[in-house]
Design a protein around this ligand. Structure first.
Ligand SMILES: *Cc1c(COP(=O)(O)O)cnc(C)c1O
Length: 408
């Protein structure tokens, strides 16, 4: 059986985790702080904070910006539920927009969806291909004249909505760590970029996430880091490590914070992953995607995913193949036929309006025709470090046999 996306765990990972377990310090501490520094260097960001998931990190961003009931947050209809769930968590309204042919958020649709209540826009780098973040920041800037900031908001001594004066752009870069925009790594194009290190992602810590700060002046990355660091640990003025200094037991809590810190066990996995990311992980993923391209790009029955063009390159997280003429039922039948050949594939993603919760909330699939069209034909093929060329060829043969069987 060929699995879909197993993590790469080898002796080096096991050794790194074992060292932390034996060190006497297992929660947030020296490993996490070092991991944050290396992540910042990697994405050329001034400051990065490592947290326990993209979801909790993203939710903390919405809370930091003071987003709540009455506010709107623009998200693509084509994404994982986490992107919109965090908006619900803070009591705001997710406003969905359609996507382009490369699966990323349509900046013009964002422009049309902007209202004075739009407090945040969350583009998603789906499959690892960076969304048009610069264009979306421009849309946010163009709408600043009618942006209505919350008046009574105070976060760490200032009002971030007043200071920014426009909707915040939070990038959902859960798939795109290591992707590139205009030859720079993803991480500094949006105001805040959120990464996921969940087990199936390109770079994993088992569970985990991180935020890279790139807000314009007068925001200071250092101050943002301090706020997120404190608020990810109950709002406590001293973390567990600082309290281990003899006599340093006293602490204070200035605000009821949350709990979403990363542990040193996770960070140790992340550091092994990061160290070999550019040298081993990305080249292997790219080679797998190119092997798929060589098999499918010239076959008119398929549409291969856009992975690279001038100014943008994917992190090769997913290979999102589309079967051109397939209906949703035919696509499902193709997946069943592939599964019979012992190959695991997936669909990214079931659009939000098709999920019971969002459907019940009144979102309608008909309003996002391109999202539905892409979804109904989409099949994600396995991409992971340990997948061999021979296995890639097995996947290709299984897909072609299944398409022949179902589409005739
Ligand atoms: C995985 C994923 C998330 C959630 O990441 P977690 O770290 O699991 O919280 C968010 N958005 C997208 C697009 C994802 O694929």
């Amino acid at each position: 059986m060929i699995p879909f996306a197993p993590p790469r765990i080898d002796e080096r990972t096991i050794q790194a985790v074992t060292e932390v377990l034996r060190s006497g310090w297992i929660t947030t501490g020296p490993q996490t702080k070092e991991f944050e520094k290396r992540l910042a260097v990697y994405c050329a960001a001034e400051k990065v904070i490592a947290l326990n998931s993209w979801t909790n990190a993203g939710e903390l961003v919405l809370r930091w910006f003071g987003i709540g009931p009455g506010d709107e947050v623009i998200v693509p209809a084509y994404t994982y539920c986490a992107t919109a769930n965090i908006v619900k968590h803070v009591g705001a309204k997710p406003v969905m927009v359609d996507v382009l042919d490369d699966f990323t958020m349509d900046p013009e649709a964002v422009r049309n969806a902007m209202t004075p209540r739009t407090k945040c826009i969350i583009p998603v780098d789906i499959g690892g291909m960076p969304a048009r973040v610069a264009e979306i920041v421009k849309v946010a800037e163009d709408s600043c004249a009618w942006f209505i900031p919350a008046v009574n908001l105070r976060v760490g001594g200032s009002n971030p909505q007043m200071r920014l004066g426009r909707a915040l752009v939070l990038s959902d870069a859960a798939h795109s760590f290591g992707a590139r925009i205009a030859d720079k790594p993803v991480g500094t194009q949006a105001d805040i970029t959120g990464f996921s290190f969940h087990a199936v992602k390109n770079l994993t810590t088992a569970e985990g996430g991180a935020l890279a700060f790139a807000l314009p002046p007068p925001f200071k990355a250092e101050e943002l880091y301090a706020w997120f660091n404190t608020m990810s640990l109950h709002g406590q003025s001293k973390d567990a490590l600082a309290k281990t200094t003899p006599g340093a037991w006293r602490y204070d809590v200035e605000a009821a914070g949350w709990k979403c810190n990363m542990t040193d066990i996770q960070a140790a996995i992340g550091m092994v992953e990061l160290e070999r990311y550019d040298r081993e992980t990305l080249p292997r993923r790219k080679a797998i995607c190119e092997r798929y391209d060589a098999a499918f790009a010239k076959d008119p029955r398929f549409m291969v995913p856009l992975l690279k063009e001038a100014g943008r390159e994917s992190s090769y997280h997913l290979y999102m193949l589309r079967v051109n003429e397939a209906t949703e039922d035919q696509r499902d039948a193709i997946i069943s036929a592939i599964a019979k050949q012992e190959v695991s594939v997936n669909v990214h993603f079931i659009p939000l309006p098709m999920l019971s919760f969002y459907k019940a909330a009144g979102y309608r699939m008909e309003d996002y025709p391109r999202t539905f069209q892409h979804y109904s034909r989409e099949i994600s093929l396995p991409v992971y470090f340990d997948l061999t060329d021979e296995q890639v060829d097995t996947v290709i043969a299984a897909v072609i046999a299944a398409v022949n069987e179902v589409m005739g």
